[in-house]
Design a protein around this ligand. Structure first.
Ligand code: UD1
Length: 366
């Protein structure tokens, strides 16, 4: 069975890596890897291929950045001839980025099977571009691989047939478990001159948080208070950096004495930094899951999450972007310690193996 695997943006790489590895134990599967080029900077892409030992993509569509319509259209335009040439039986898409929906749509209309890894997650917030990508991709997928119980419930409610959905666990945690030990050798703590437990990590890139300077600017007062106790390490996503430069906020953040704005980090450095942090402040999806397994408190700078198991089982809390709410949660963690987390079912490092086995046994209904 010929299977084209699609990745495009940074959070896709840790999901595709364990799948490419798991296919080696399934001789029935002939995998090809397509990189759409949605993310292209050395630090947003190449570094992850090297560290996670992902095979070099067979094809790179080199689409680059653009508006949502431009980017999605460009991926579709360039992916169609790849499907026509290679005639796969199915494609695998992961996550919720523009590359996910663009390639799923192309393949489905060409009569090719679509398998979605990380299906069923819902924030119920349709102002988020990722939510649109998730709902639409799931609606046209033939196999839906689900990482947490809420995903199964959501898909059932949306009328997806039970035989199409498989609760398999979390491929992102496969990657974390595989590299956890190796990450301990990272020298990132020395590089940024912090001690374990003596700092807070911040990441932000969601349009709702970083595109409006008034929203982003509210964090200055939060960081002023946190830095009285902890150093703050903030690896900046290119989108956030551009917005901060344009609005003049970069200077305000850089002016905070114990806040370090650094370039985006590779996987191993970031894992080490996260694992030893006193607290993580983020608007990322994947980091909510990783901190749950690492047992590090996570304050999510959003009003909703498509990953509710990180709230019920993990160390995650939703705090939005209101400074007082963020600081109240932060002070509670400092006084009372972290909420103790449990490992969600199926987050055991073997999700990709389960997926590969199901794919190998798939026969199209048509
Ligand atoms: C995308 C995903 C988001 C994911 C995030 C992780 C969608 C809709 N969004 O958002 O779900 O959480 O990736 O990073 O697919 N840029 C660079 N270099 C790069 C890539 C991007 O400088 O290698 C800059 C460009 O100015 C670009 C901007 O970042 O316009 C945003 O990139 P884009 O891929 O459009 O979306 P992200 O915000 O990264």
């Amino acid at each position: 069975m010929k299977v084209i695997n699609v990745c495009g943006a940074r959070p896709n790489f840790m999901k595709i890596a364990p799948l490419m590895e798991a296919y080696r134990d399934e001789p029935a599967i002939e995998p090809l890897l397509v990189h759409t080029g949605q993310h292209y900077d050395e630090k947003m892409s190449r570094l992850f291929f090297d560290e996670l030992q992902i095979p070099r993509p067979d094809i790179n569509l080199e689409v680059g950045s653009g508006s949502h319509a431009q980017q999605t259209a460009r991926i579709m335009d360039r992916f169609e001839p790849v499907v026509a040439e290679h005639k796969p039986d199915a494609i695998v898409v992961v996550g919720d980025v523009n590359s996910t929906i663009a390639c799923a749509l192309v393949a489905k209309k060409m009569g090719v099977g679509v398998f979605h890894v990380e299906a069923g997650l819902r924030s119920f917030d349709r102002t988020m571009p990722e939510e649109i990508n998730r709902v639409l991709t799931d609606a046209i997928s033939d196999l839906l691989f689900v990482s947490e119980p809420s995903g199964m419930e959501n898909l059932k409610r949306e009328g997806i047939a039970l035989e199409q959905m498989h609760f398999v666990g979390n491929v992102m945690i496969d990657t974390l478990e595989k590299h956890r030990h190796k990450a301990e050798a990272s020298k990132i703590l020395e590089c940024v001159r912090v001690e374990p437990g003596g700092y807070c990590v911040v990441t932000m890139h969601r349009p709702a948080n970083v595109d409006d300077p008034a929203v982003l600017g509210r964090l200055v007062s939060v960081f002023e208070e946190i830095q009285r106790e902890l150093a703050i390490i903030f690896p900046i996503h290119p989108r956030t950096r551009k917005n901060m430069e344009a609005s003049g906020l970069l200077r305000q953040f850089a002016g905070l004495e114990r806040l370090q704005l650094i370039e985006p980090l590779g996987y191993l450095d970031f894992l080490k930094l996260m694992a030893n942090a006193a607290v993580v402040l983020t608007d990322s999806g994947g980091i909510q899951e990783e901190t749950t397994i690492l047992g590090v408190p996570c304050l999510t700078l959003r009003e909703n999450t498509e990953r509710p198991v990180t709230l019920t089982h993990g160390t995650n809390q939703l705090v939005g972007m209101d400074p007082e709410r963020i600081l109240t949660a932060y002070r509670k963690i400092r006084q009372e310690g972290a909420k103790s987390g449990r490992r969600p079912e199926g987050w055991d490092g073997k999700a990709a193996q389960r997926i590969a086995r199901i794919i190998a046994g798939w026969t199209p209904a048509w």
